[in-house]
Design a protein around this ligand. Sequence first.
Ligand SMILES: NC(=O)N[C@H](N)C(=O)O
Ligand SMILES: [Zn+2]
Ligand SMILES: [Zn+2]
Length: 399
Amino acid sequence: MQDKKITDLLESFQAIGRTKNQGYTRTVYDQAWCQAQKQCVNIIKELGLVPWVDEIGNLYATADLTWPKEPVILVGSHLDTVVDGGLYDGLYGALAAVLSVSQVTKSEQRLRQPLVAVIFSEEEGSRFDATFTGSQYLLERDLKGFDALDDVQGQTFGQVRQAAVAALSPFVQTASCLKITQYLELHIEQGPILENTGINIGIVTTIVGQERFLIQLVGQANHAGTTPMDCRDDACQQAVSLLADLYRELAQIPDLRYTIGKVQLEPNVANVIPGLVTFSLDLRHQDQSVLSEAVGVVAKLVDQYRAKLERTTAVMPTQMDMGLQGEIAEACQSVGLTHQFLSSGAGHDAQVMGEQVPTAMIFVPSVGGVSHVPDEKTTPADLENGQRVLTAVLAKLVG
Ligand SMILES: NC(=O)N[C@H](N)C(=O)O
Ligand SMILES: [Zn+2]
Ligand SMILES: [Zn+2]
């Protein structure tokens, strides 16, 4: 399998977690996720590397049978998807990491330090209301209360996590702590910049800060036909008014990205007045002070409506390492590709890692600038370009 290409590796996932809309749903620890993880184990072994797993289900690939004790360079991305997402978000960078580690470790070159590829268990927050759980766990070795979280079916993170990791453990070894000197992540851009400029490779300078909330409004469930209109406490009606206020007020903050992507009514039945509405709010900005200002606006409005506000994600805007950005620029030149510097409006494990270790990201163009939808696409040439650059950077760093 030495001459396998990144496109071949991605192709082997085309039937896993496929949806009726021709997208992919692989939320953490679900059936498709477990199947995809086993396929990753097969690929790791076929490429001559050794697979390892940790307690949260992060999968690692190294060259040796012994787990590295000395400091390593880590490279990877995530395995999970949003609901009805595309083939490339996360999986591309994860598989490219394994392929590049195998190529560099199999080369004639004597490595100055070990390379480890990581396939993070979860990044998107699409099943449980927690994001970046894989990378947070790697850095802190702490499940931080994740195990108590429920999904919509009432299954807990802890139950499904333990089952998923147990299912994998006959095939892999158990990973313990790593000392990491640098982290690299290759990812599709998920936006239109590279396609519009016609540049091959993006080098990320900063990643936006991101805060996610759940907002809950409580009313009184009652009969849709017998309850007079002036005697109702309709949680949906309150929510509509709060949502309109949020959209209006948040629009006043320049360059803020705000998204209400999930709304749940209870009991969600046509002839019952909703007694409870819960919706998500995702806020992003490059500048932490502006993000904090937006959070202040939200908190004030939520208070006016006597709604409940729960923060589920908070990551600061993160600067990528300047030295590693330079290494990527040099690697692009060495393989004859053009590059440009750009910031990321999407969140990444790289921003969790970047808080503790020098970190950098490489982007490849997204066709039409679309992502988190079944139509997500990157051309085979661009997929291979990104992986070549990743291999070149790793070879230089360990050479
Ligand atoms: N790259 C991504 O799509 N990551 C995140 N989960 C996000 O930006 O929402
Ligand atoms: Zn994503
Ligand atoms: Zn991603």
